[in-house]
Design a protein around this ligand. Structure first.
Ligand code: UDP
Length: 489
C-alpha cells in the first residue's frame, strides 16, 4: 500500500505485449530504484494477466478501466493485440479513446506526480495537463525507428515524393535518416492516403504529443542520437533516453508462454556447444514468414552447417499460436538432417537467456526493438529480417549507423533465396573480416550499455551512466513541475 509521503506514478501502456513488456520493465525498475509508488492502468483482461506476472513482493498497484471489446466491433474478450488479427488492431486503437472518461476520473482521484503513457495514447496528454499533472510519452521503440515512423505519418502522402524515382526518398523533416526505400514502408503507411483509419488515428495521436511534457525512450543516447534529436527538434520538449529497460528473468517467464522445461532444454543444449558457434533465429511474438520463405530459410539452415536455435511459428495463413507442423511446413527430412546441430523451439523461447549464453554468435531477428536491445545488451551481432512497423528503420539504424547488423531480407512477402541467406549467415558468423568487425562493434556496444545503466551513488563515486542520469532528470522535471503547480494555486 502507498505510504503517504510517496509520490505516485501512473503508467498506461497500449494493450499489446510489445508495449506492456517495456512498461512493466520500467515500472519494476522505478520500483526498485526510486521511492515512488506505481499504479499500472489497463483493461480488465490485461490487468488479470499482469496480476500473475508481477513478482510476489512487488507493490505495484494494478487498476482496471472497464472495457468491453464487443462494444467496439471487436471479437468478445479481445483486449490485447496478441489475440487479434492485424486488421483489428486499428479498431482496438480507436476503441482505446473510449477509456478517456475513466482515465480522467483516475487522475482526478489520485492526483499522481506524473503520467507515463503509451505512444499510441497521445490523448492522455490533454487529460493530464487539464488537471495540472506532468505527462510524458514512453516509447519502447528506438529513437531512430520512431523518428522515421512519425516523419512518414506527418508527411503523407509519401507516394508523391516518390513519383518517377527509383523508389528511394528522403524524409523532409528527418534528412539524417538519409534515403528510405518504398519497400521499407510498413503496410499501414504504404496503404495510407490520409483518409483511411490509420492515417486519421495517427494524425490525431501525433498532434496530441505536442501537449505532452516530454518523451522517455527505451534506448541509449550513445548510439541513437539522430532519432532523439529529431524529437527534441520536432516537439521542442525534453527527451530522456533511459534504456535498456529490461524485464528481470522472474517476470519474463510469466509474460510469455515460456516453460521451465524449454528453458532447461535450451540451456543444456547451449552448454554443449562451443563458444560463438550458434545462430539464434526468432521473429518475435507476433510475426511469422510465408510458407515459401520458411522453406528457403530451412534450406539455408540445412546448407550452412552452423549450429542454430530456431523459434518456429506456423507460416502466414495459419494461426500463429497453433501447433507447428514440421512435416507440412519444413523440407522433407529436415529435422533428421540437422539433428544435433539444430534445435527447433515451438512457439516461445527464453530469448534473453539464449542471447546471454556465450555459445550464441549471431541473432537472425525481425528487429523488434526489444529483441534488438536485448541482442545489443549481450554483444550479439544481428542479421535483420524486418517485417512490420518501425522494424525496417531499426534495421537501418543497426546496420548503417551502428554497424552491428546485416539485412538479409525485407518484409513478409519478399522473395528470399537460400543461397543468399547462407552467404550472409556465414559472413556474420565468420571470425574474419566483416564478421569479426561486427562482433567487435557489438562487444563495444555491450560495454557502452553497461556504462549507460551504471547507477552508483553520484556523490560517492560519480559513476552514473547516461540512462540512469536521464531517469533522474525526468523525475526532477516532474517534481519541479509539481512544485510550480502548487505555487500557482
Ligand atoms: N520473446 C521471447 N521469446 C520468444 C519470442 C519473443 O522471450 O520466443 C520476447 C523477446 O525477448 C522480446 C519480446 O518478446 O522481449 C518481443 O518484443 P520485440 O519488440 O522484439 O518484438 P514484437 O514481438 O513486439 O514484434
Amino acid at each position: 500500500s502507498r505510504r503517504r509521503s510517496e509520490k505516485e506514478v501512473v503508467m498506461f501502456p497500449f494493450m499489446a505485449q510489445g508495449h506492456i513488456i517495456p512498461f512493466l520493465a520500467l515500472a519494476l525498475q522505478i520500483e526498485s530504484k526510486k521511492s515512488f509508488s506505481i499504479t499500472f492502468v489497463n483493461t480488465p483482461l490485461n490487468i488479470r494477466k499482469l496480476r500473475s506476472t508481477l513478482p510476489h513482493n512487488s507493490s505495484i498497484r494494478l487498476l482496471e478501466i472497464p472495457f468491453s471489446s464487443s462494444d467496439h466491433g471487436l471479437p468478445p474478450n479481445s483486449e490485447n493485440t496478441d489475440v487479434l488479427p492485424y486488421p483489428y488492431v486499428i479498431r482496438l486503437l480507436e476503441a482505446s479513446t473510449s477509456l478517456k472518461p475513466a482515465f480522467q476520473k483516475i487522475l482526478q482521484d489520485r492526483k499522481p506526480l506524473c503520467v507515463i503513457a503509451d505512444l499510441f495514447f497521445g490523448w492522455t496528454a490533454s487529460v493530464a495537463k487539464e488537471l495540472g499533472i506532468f505527462h510524458v510519452v514512453f516509447s519502447g521503440c528506438s529513437g531512430f525507428g520512431l523518428a522515421c515512423y512519425c516523419s512518414l505519418w506527418l508527411n503523407l502522402p509519401h507516394r508523391k515524393i516518390n513519383d518517377g524515382s527509383d523508389g528511394y526518398f528522403s524524409l523532409p523533416d528527418f534528412e539524417e535518416a538519409n534515403k528510405i526505400h518504398m519497400s521499407q514502408l510498413p503496410l499501414n503507411i504504404s496503404e495510407a492516403n490520409g483518409e483511411d483509419a490509420w492515417s486519421k488515428f495517427q494524425f490525431q495521436n501525433l498532434s496530441h504529443w505536442f501537449n505532452s511534457d516530454g518523451m522517455l525512450f527505451n534506448t541509449v543516447s550513445g548510439f541513437d542520437q539522430l532519432g532523439l534529436m529529431y524529437f527534441r527538434r520536432k516537439f521542442n520538449r525534453p527527451v530522456w533516453p533511459i534504456g535498456p529497460v529490461l524485464l528481470p528473468s522472474e517476470s519474463r517467464a510469466s509474460v510469455g508462454k515460456q516453460t521451465e522445461f524449454t528453458s532447461m532444454v535450451c540451456r543444456e543444449w547451449l552448454d554443449s556447444k562451443p563458444l560463438n558457434s550458434v545462430l539464434y533465429v526468432s521473429f518475435g511474438s507476433m510475426n511469422t514468414i510465408s510458407p515459401s520463405q520458411m522453406m528457403e530459410l530451412a534450406t539455408a539452415l540445412d546448407r550452412c552447417n552452423k549450429n542454430f536455435i530456431w523459434v518456429v511459428r506456423p507460416p502466414i495463413g495459419f494461426d500463429i499460436n497453433s501447433e507447428f507442423k514440421a512435416e507440412e511446413w519444413l523440407p522433407e527430412g529436415f529435422e533428421e538432417r540437422v539433428k544435433g546441430r539444430g534445435l527447433l523451439v515451438q512457439s516461445w523461447a527464453p530469448q534473453v537467456e539464449i542471447l546471454s549464453h556465450n555459445a550464441v554468435s549471431a541473432f537472425l531477428s525481425h528487429c523488434g526493438w526489444n529483441s534488438a536491445i536485448e541482442s545489443l545488451s549481450n554483444g550479439v551481432p544481428m542479421l535483420a529480417w524486418p517485417m512490420a512497423a518501425e522494424q525496417f528503420f531499426n534495421a537501418v539504424l543497426l546496420e548503417r549507423e551502428v554497424g552491428v547488423c546485416v539485412e538479409v531480407a525485407r518484409g513478409k512477402m519478399c522473395e528470399v533465396r537460400h543461397q543468399d541467406l547462407v552467404d550472409k549467415i556465414e559472413l556474420v558468423m565468420s571470425n574474419r573480416d566483416k564478421g569479426s568487425e561486427m562482433r567487435k562493434k557489438a562487444s563495444e556496444l555491450k560495454d557502452m550499455i553497461e556504462i549507460a545503466v551504471k547507477d552508483d551513488d553520484e556523490e560517492i563515486s560519480g559513476l552514473k551512466g547516461s540512462s540512469s542520469k536521464a531517469l533522474d532528470d525526468f523525475f526532477c522535471a516532474a517534481m519541479a513541475y509539481e512544485t510550480e503547480q502548487y505555487s500557482m494555486k
